[in-house]
Design a protein around this ligand. Structure first.
Ligand code: NCD
Length: 334
């Protein structure tokens, strides 16, 4: 399920954003650079640019979400698009409508972009395969498979703090097995040339042959975080676990929880990240989550700019230079 050909048009420009897999490094850098230029917009008193004025974006969420859905919504609004939020509870799929019928109906309403989250891997690809030529699909998380905008906002956070990737030791700790975030992060880090990517997890929360993903595997947190520059903590994703994979949350925290004491093993300037939602006292101690090394809330802030970048690039629009912005003009790429 690489999705590479689906994702870019014949000129190599972004059309759908479904997975990091199969994309070129240059495209990831372009998304981050575009997001940087949007950071200025979100800090203005009038937080809007007219790039997607007249476009209709549908947030189609078949799975619960707060952060991701609201940041996609804000991103679309800051690009001046009209936004429709459709949540599964209120949707027709519970009445038996197929995904394809849902898509056709929304297309008949002249929607231009679908942001899709679903518990099944491959749903965003399905939408992209069947979408009308003018429609773009953005994956907001599909099963355990991919969460590419989360990975890109994480990469932007790392780049802004560390300047680059090549000498970095990045460690991802926790429930790797069920994490679409970890899969997308690992691909992005390898594509961007991170010095070393490590994962730390109990055997039961790692995919088989995890090394083949391009990571060094550790089962001991203290060994895994030694000298790390970036520590990414993950939540235990109970909703995707079948059966008991852990003795207890208390035991998990004892072995794999990030405490202030353990953090001293990492590099002195290490940053601590988490895609959220965080579970205090399970994977991370409050002292660390709220401490000086934590950049967790910055990730949320950068998430809006990254989603604005992905949406505008997929619609072939880019932020105008400040003078053009003042004149209310917009410029298309290429
Ligand atoms: C992640 C997700 O939904 O995959 N959260 C998010 O998008 N902010 C991670 C998680 O749910 O643990």
């Amino acid at each position: 399920m690489s999705g590479a050909n689906l994702q870019v048009d014949e000129n190599g420009r972004l059309r759908h954003f479904l997975t990091v897999e199969g994309l070129h490094r240059g495209l990831l850098v372009e998304i981050m650079d575009t997001a940087e230029s949007f950071l200025g917009v979100v800090e203005q008193s009038v937080k809007k640019v007219p790039l997607l004025r007249g476009k209709t974006i549908v947030n189609l969420f078949f799975e619960a979400s707060t952060r991701t859905r609201t940041t996609f919504e804000l991103a679309a609004k800051r690009l001046s698009a009209d936004v429709l939020n459709i949540n599964v509870d209120a949707s027709a799929t519970v009445k038996g409508e197929t995904l394809l019928d849902t898509l056709r109906n929304l297309e008949a309403m002249h929607c231009d972009m679908f942001v899709v989250r679903h518990a099944d891997s491959g749903t965003a690809h399905f939408f992209a395969r069947h979408a009308a030529p003018h429609v773009s699909v953005i994956n907001a998380g599909d099963g355990r498979h991919a969460h590419p905008t989360q990975a890109l906002l994480d990469m932007l956070t790392i780049r802004r703090h560390k300047g680059g990737f090549d000498r970095l030791r990045v460690v991802i700790v926790g429930d790797i097995l069920h994490s679409r975030v970890a899969r997308s992060q690992i691909r992005a880090l390898n594509l961007l040339g991170a010095g070393e990517v490590r994962v730390v997890a109990p055997h039961t929360l790692l995919p088989v042959r995890a090394e083949t993903l391009g990571v060094r595997v550790f089962h001991d947190l203290e060994a895994g975080i030694r000298d790390a520059d970036v520590i990414i903590m993950l939540r235990l994703q109970h909703e995707r676990m079948r059966g008991a994979l852990l003795p207890s949350e208390h035991e998990y925290f004892r072995l794999f929880g990030l405490t202030a004491e353990r953090l001293t093993l990492a590099a002195p300037e290490a940053i601590v990240m988490h895609p959220g939602p965080i579970n205090r006292g399970v994977e991370i101690d409050s002292q660390v989550a709220d401490g000086a090394h934590s950049v967790i809330l910055e990730q949320v802030h950068y998430g809006i700019a990254v989603r604005m970048a992905v949406m505008s690039l997929a619609m072939h629009r880019r932020i105008p230079a400040p003078e053009a912005r003042e004149a209310g003009a917009e410029r298309e790429i290429g």
